[in-house]
Design a protein around this ligand. Structure first.
Ligand code: PMP
Ligand code: GLN
Length: 389
C-alpha cells in the first residue's frame, strides 16, 4: 500500500481566504477593536432567544420542510407585502435559506450555465465573483461611479449582451453604504425590460436605510420583481449574523428552479431558529425601529470621525462607514489599503477592511471601511485610537 493524498487541479486556483476572516483573526491576535468584519458586538433581543429555546424544548428539532417552515414563509410574505406592496406566495415563491450567502450561491448555480455572462457592479461583496466562477459563468465587471458609488447606467447598458444571464445588484450597498434611489431602480427596470436578463437583488441591509432615504426593493417594481431573486438575511436584521438564516423571494417559476438546487445543496435550514424567528416576526417593531437604532450609531461614529483626519464618505445605509485616508499625516497611508488596514489593526488597534478587497483587480483608492454595528463604548474606544492619527 502506498497511502498518499492524490494531487488534483484546483477548481479555484486564485482563491484565497476572505478578507473578513483575515482581518478578524488579526484583530483578535493584536487585541484590536474590530471594526472590520460586519457583525454586531451586542446581544440580540433576549425574547428572540427565548422563542428559539421554547421551540427546541417543544421538540421542534427534526427536519423542517425543504422550503422552510410555513409560518416563517408566511411571516416573510406578510412583511414584504406590508413594506413593498407585492404579494409573494409563501407556498411557491419564498424559500428559507442558510443565510444570504447560500441564497446567492444557490441562485447562481440554478440559473447560470457554463459560458453565461453575469454582470456584477464593482466594488461588490466578495462571494459573488467566486460563485459565478464556480458555476462556470463569465464575470462581467461594471464599475460603480468612482467616488459616489452610484450605478452608471451607460456602462450597465453597454455590458449587456446576448449571453448575459443575470445582473447582481446590492442596495443598500456593501461596502459603500450607497442606497439606490427610486429613479435608479426605474432606470434599471427600463434597461432590463427588452432583455431576458435575470436580476439577483441582494437586499440584506434593507432595514438599514437612513433618513431621508428609503429602501427601494426590487419587489416594488413590477418589471424588476418579475425577473428577480430577492435575497434577505435575518442575521443582519436581528443582530444574529451567526445564525445564518435568510430567504429568497422570487416568482414561482424562478423559485421552482432555485428549489431544485437548494434541495441538494442544504436541503433544509435548522428548525428551531425558523420557529423562533417566525414567532418573533409577529411584532414588526424590531425591524421598523432598526433604522433609528443604527442611524444614532452612525451619527455618533461620523461625529467622532469628523474630528480626525479621515475624510468621511457618504453613509446612506448599511452599518458600514467608508473613509478616505489620503489626508492622514502618517506615511503608512501610502502603503496601499490592505497593508494600511493591517498596520491600523496592529499598531493603532482598530481593524478596518480595505475597499480593494471588493474589486477583482485590487483597485486601490485609499478608502477603507469601518463597521459601526458596535456598542457605543466600542465605538468611543475606536475613535479615541483613531484620533491619534
Ligand atoms: N450580501 C452582502 C452584501 C453582505 O454584506 C453579506 C454579509 N455577510 C451577505 C450577503 C451574507 O449574508 P449572510 O450572513 O446572511 O450569509
Ligand atoms: N458581510 C460581512 C462584511 O461585509 C462579513 C461576512 C463574512 O465574514 N463573510 O463584513
Amino acid at each position: 500500500m502506498n497511502p498518499r493524498t492524490p494531487a488534483f487541479p484546483s477548481k479555484t486556483p486564485n482563491m484565497g481566504t476572505t478578507i473578513f476572516t483575515v482581518m478578524s483573526a488579526l484583530a483578535t491576535e493584536k487585541g484590536a477593536v474590530n471594526l472590520g468584519q460586519g457583525f454586531p458586538d451586542f446581544a440580540c433581543d433576549p425574547q428572540l432567544l427565548d422563542l428559539v429555546n421554547d421551540a427546541m424544548r417543544e421538540g421542534l428539532n427534526q427536519y423542517p420542510p425543504m422550503t422552510g417552515i410555513a409560518p416563517l414563509r408566511e411571516a416573510m410574505s406578510a412583511k414584504m407585502q406590508a413594506l413593498y406592496g407585492r404579494r409573494y406566495d409563501p407556498v411557491s415563491e419564498i424559500t428559507v435559506t442558510a443565510g444570504a450567502t447560500q441564497a446567492i450561491l444557490t441562485t447562481i448555480l440554478a440559473i447560470v450555465h457554463p459560458g453565461d455572462e453575469v454582470i456584477v457592479l464593482e466594488p461588490c461583496y466578495d462571494s459573488y465573483v467566486p460563485n459565478i466562477e464556480l458555476a462556470g459563468g463569465v464575470v462581467v465587471r461594471v464599475p460603480l461611479t468612482p467616488g459616489s458609488f452610484r450605478p452608471d447606467f451607460d456602462k450597465i447598458q453597454a455590458a449587456i449582451t446576448t449571453k448575459t444571464r443575470a445582473i447582481l445588484i446590492n442596495s443598500p450597498h456593501n461596502p459603500s453604504g450607497m442606497v439606490w434611489t427610486r429613479d435608479e431602480m426605474l432606470r434599471l427596470q427600463e434597461i432590463l425590460d427588452p432583455t431576458n436578463v435575470l436580476l439577483i437583488s441582494d437586499e440584506v441591509y434593507e432595514h438599514m436605510v437612513y433618513a431621508p432615504g428609503e429602501h427601494w426593493s426590487a419587489a416594488r417594481f413590477e418589471g424588476l420583481a418579475a425577473r428577480a431573486f430577492i435575497v434577505s438575511s435575518f442575521g443582519k436584521t436581528y443582530h444574529v449574523t451567526g445564525w445564518k438564516i435568510g430567504t429568497v423571494a422570487a416568482p414561482a417559476p424562478l423559485s421552482a428552479e432555485f428549489r431544485k438546487v437548494h434541495q441538494f445543496n442544504v436541503f433544509t435550514v435548522n428548525t428551531p431558529m425558523q420557529y423562533g424567528l417566525a414567532r418573533y416576526m409577529a411584532d414588526p417593531r424590531p425591524y421598523l425601529e432598526l433604522p433609528a437604532f443604527y442611524q444614532r450609531k452612525r451619527d455618533l461614529f461620523r461625529a467622532g470621525l469628523a474630528q480626525t483626519q479621515f475624510k468621511l464618505l457618504p453613509g446612506e445605509g448599511t452599518y458600514f462607514q467608508c473613509v478616505d485616508i489620503s489626508g492622514l499625516s502618517v506615511p503608512e497611508k501610502n502603503l496601499g489599503e490592505a497593508e494600511f488596514c493591517k498596520w491600523l489593526t496592529s499598531e493603532i488597534g482598530v481593524a478596518a477592511i480595505p475597499l480593494s478587497a471588493f474589486y477583482g483587480n485590487g483597485f486601490d483608492q485609499q478608502v477603507v471601511r469601518f463597521c459601526f454595528a458596535k456598542r457605543d463604548e466600542t465605538l468611543q474606544l475606536a475613535l479615541q485610537r483613531l484620533a491619534r492619527l
